[in-house]
Write a protein that binds this ligand. Structure first.
Ligand SMILES: *[C@@H]1O[C@H](CO)[C@@H](O)[C@H](O)[C@H]1NC(C)=O
Ligand SMILES: *[C@@H]1O[C@H](CO)[C@@H](O)[C@H](O)[C@H]1NC(C)=O
Ligand SMILES: *[C@@H]1O[C@H](CO)[C@@H](O)[C@H](O)[C@H]1NC(C)=O
Ligand SMILES: *[C@@H]1O[C@H](CO)[C@@H](O)[C@H](O)[C@H]1NC(C)=O
Ligand SMILES: *[C@@H]1O[C@H](CO)[C@@H](O)[C@H](O)[C@H]1NC(C)=O
Length: 545
């Protein structure tokens, strides 16, 4: 088999590269196809990777070079993106439609990225159209290197739990609704690792042992609460940072977020339900999966643990999260990360979301503009010096307009000064919860509160041990403040993780350019980069030096 041959090659390469001191490589050959399954009881078309739904897990170690040759056997252009992987100096591998040309049907593209200085739990997902609502996602774990201490004992096993809401409709139907100006309404149900209420044990624990569960919300619409019948969860990591190890009986996992918890099998041997249920929408939808205990075939008790109500509970839970400052771990930006509270803010950007109508169709916006993809990816246009043909920088201001009334559509690219330390206020005047993700970075969520943000709120920021992460919720009619250093050159997507809103324009890109055009700060476009749109026939610019 092709994969087996590749694995042998990997083993060989691993050896030779180790000798040369280069970081090890892991290779994957992935075939993206359609398949038919019935997650909610109705057969529907889904996206498979090597025949799997969800796709295969990537099991990597800090600094590994990950090489994924992706063959698109769908009838539509396709891209994968890697949620939370920072691609230092290398937005060429980010796989968003604003950074990469789509892989055409029947075509292939080889991603090559390094999980540089990262640890923790992540996932990949298809980034074009509404593909994400059809599958094509999978877990991506980054283990700590052997000699780097981890702030807990090695677990007996390590389980990936992908939870997410699900529509029993084809992704082209969902896209059609949005293109016609309709909204999607509520999902049909919730899945755990691609299944609803599966009675067969998904994982098995041995009494007395402790296991790591990596829980990511890969859904498209709703926050979920996650809990395990009869068991407490010790939080150890979120979005790639080791946390102070608090104990929870349930966790709110917002769209795009990942949490690692330790669970000890300290109950009567029998089955136990893992439960994921929707939050912040009127009708609560629930799904279960079963955790077995070795040696017992007894089914779980039918009495499910109840989820929390309201969002005060949720914001209090967020306030209890703390970074473990003494845990040693790979950190992409050690200087910036230890003392973020003492760096002077050079720029404050306030982004306010809204929804409304453009030409009679529902659209979503940030600071009055609704993102629209130009035919040429923004990063390529900028790189080939064709930016002006494709987009203008800074069409929205650093502050929302006084009234978020009318909405215009355009590509939105904010220019960030390389290495600036900025404060971004995410303001949500709407009555639904929001979840925002930033590619290429992790940031410090330093404050949250109800109503409008004012500079006074800075007095109550957590400037000491906020957990550095890549995705953060903004509660209804509330704000969230984040801080970060724009030290990773590239073109990076800031987006709503509610995929309908993302598709309808609640996203933008940050262009972070080093003035040097130097390999020290950013990698050159890879030799295999696909070209499309306005840059297709342009000569390649001189290489970075
Ligand atoms: C991918 O899957 C399709 C459909 O099963 C098959 O025709 C094709 O040969 C596969 N491609 C690769 C590269 O394995
Ligand atoms: C993942 O990688 C780690 C570290 O190399 C290894 O110990 C573990 O067995 C791997 N797990 C799987 C499921 O491949
Ligand atoms: C497509 O796959 C082939 C090997 O099967 C590889 O040589 C080629 O570089 C890949 N194309 C891209 C654009 O990565
Ligand atoms: C933080 O990490 C350190 C070092 O690994 C560990 O000893 C300590 O228990 C952790 N602290 C908390 C509060 O989780
Ligand atoms: C931050 O700003 C304060 C007041 O403007 C100034 O005194 C201080 O030197 C600055 N700190 C740094 C690290 O630039």
């Amino acid at each position: 088999m092709r994969t087996a041959a590749l694995l042998a090659l990997v083993a060989l390469l691993g050896l030779t590269t180790a000798v040369r001191g280069e970081d090890p490589y892991i290779f994957f050959d992935w075939n993206v196809t359609y398949g038919t399954i019935a997650p909610l009881g109705v057969p529907q078309r889904v996206i498979l990777i090597n025949g799997q739904f969800p796709g295969p897990n990537i099991n990597s170690t800090t600094n590994n070079n990950v090489v994924v040759n992706l063959f698109n056997n769908l009838d539509e252009p396709f891209l994968l993106s890697w949620n939370g992987i920072q691609h230092r100096k290398n937005s060429w591998q980010d796989g968003m439609p604003g950074t990469n040309c789509p892989i055409p049907p029947g075509g292939n593209f080889t991603y090559h990225f390094q999980v540089k200085d990262q640890i923790g739990s992540f996932y990949y997902f298809p980034s074009i159209g509404m593909h994400k609502a059809a599958g094509g996602f999978g877990g991506l774990r980054v283990n700590s290197r052997l000699l780097i201490p981890v702030p807990f004992d090695p677990p007996a096993d390590d389980f990936t739990v992908l939870i997410g809401d699900w529509y029993a409709k084809d992704h082209t139907v969902l896209r059609g609704f949005l293109d016609k100006g309709r909204t999607l309404g509520r999902p049909g149900g919730v899945l755990i690792n691609g299944k609803k209420d599966d009675p067969k044990p998904l994982f098995t624990m041995e009494a007395g042992k402790t296991y790591r569960y990596r829980v990511c919300n890969v859904g498209t619409k709703t926050s979920l609460n996650f809990r395990i019948q009869g068991h407490l969860m010790t939080l150890v990591e979120m979005d790639g940072s080791h946390t102070v190890q608090n104990v929870y009986d349930s966790l709110d996992v917002h769209l795009g977020q990942c949490y690692s918890v330790l669970v000890t099998a300290n109950q009567e041997p029998r089955g136990y339900y893992m439960v994921a249920s929707t939050r912040f929408i009127k009708k609560v939808m629930t799904t279960t999966a079963v955790i077995g205990y070795a040696g017992s075939a007894e089914a779980p008790s039918p009495v499910l643990p109840e989820g929390p109500l309201g969002w005060a509970w949720s914001i209090n839970q967020w306030r209890s999260f703390r970074w473990n400052l003494t845990a040693s771990a790979a950190r992409p930006n050690p200087q910036g990360s230890y003392h973020y509270g003492s760096i002077n803010i050079t720029r404050t950007i306030k982004l306010s979301n809204s929804a409304g109508s453009v030409d009679g169709k529902f659209r979503c916006a940030i600071n009055g503009a609704s993102f629209q993809h130009p035919p040429t990816p923004l990063k390529l246009a900028e790189y080939f010096g064709a930016g002006a043909l494709v987009f203008q920088y800074d069409t929205i201001g650093d502050m929302p307009p006084a009234k978020l009334g009318s909405i215009r559509t355009e590509p939105i690219v904010l220019k960030a000064t390389f290495r600036d330390f900025v404060e971004i206020i995410l303001e949500n005047p709407e009555k639904s919860i929001q979840s925002y993700h930033l590619d290429g970075y992790s940031f410090f969520p330093v404050g949250m509160g109800a109503g409008k943000w004012t500079p006074e709120k800075r007095k109550r920021y957590n400037l000491v041990d906020a957990v550095s992460r890549h995705t953060i919720q903004v509660y209804p009619r509330s704000w969230t403040a984040i801080m970060l250093t724009f030290d990773n050159a590239g073109m990076w997507n800031l987006r709503s993780e509610m995929w309908e809103r993302h598709y309808l324009g609640q996203q933008l890109y940050f262009s972070v350019l080093s003035p040097a055009r130097s390999l020290r700060d950013e990698y050159d476009a890879p030799a295999n980069a696909l070209v499309c749109g306005a840059v297709q026939n342009l000569p390649r610019p001189p290489p970075y030096v």
